[in-house]
Design a protein around this ligand. Structure first.
Ligand code: SF4
Ligand code: SF4
Length: 131
């Protein structure tokens, strides 16, 4: 299974290898989808991959060094309304919207973190956020 979370590390733990330790101690795989690291805080969007028990342990371990919030929201596109105009492409902070070789706009929906940027940019109201 996969679980996506927002993760804020506490300032005193910024220089610790928390993510690699979590991987080693729990056996989960972790994709870092986004990371913003500043001297006083770090904010990451993580995707944890593994079985339920390992992910539970990983979340517990991560919680020792920061705050974890599960991301439940994902997008849903209305294919009747979408005209593949591409307005949403540059708005995605994770670069998971792109145009394929046949000029169709494609979303990697499984990687979406529900930020709503594409939803706001769509002139045809073709995107909605679902829990
Ligand atoms: S809501 Fe849209 S812009 Fe935000 S991460 Fe998902 S696909 Fe990208
Ligand atoms: S902005 Fe809306 S209509 Fe245009 S490609 Fe994106 S989802 Fe489709």
């Amino acid at each position: 299974m996969r679980k996506r979370v927002y993760y804020w590390t506490h300032s005193e733990h910024i220089n610790k290898p928390v993510i690699s330790e979590t991987i080693l101690k729990t056996g989960v795989n972790i994709n870092i989808l986004k990371a913003k690291v500043e001297p006083q805080e770090a904010f990451l969007i993580l995707e944890l991959i593994g079985d339920e028990e390992k992910i539970k342990k990983a979340l517990s371990y991560l919680s020792k060094f920061g705050d974890v919030e599960e991301i439940k929201k994902v997008i849903k596109r209305d294919y009747e309304k979408c005209v593949h105009c591409g307005c949403c492409i540059t708005q995605c902070p994770l670069n998971i919207i792109y145009m394929d070789d046949e000029y169709n706009v494609v979303f990697k929906e499984e990687e979406c973190v529900g930020c709503k940027n594409c939803l706001k940019a769509c002139p045809f109201k073709a995107i909605e956020i679902i829990d």
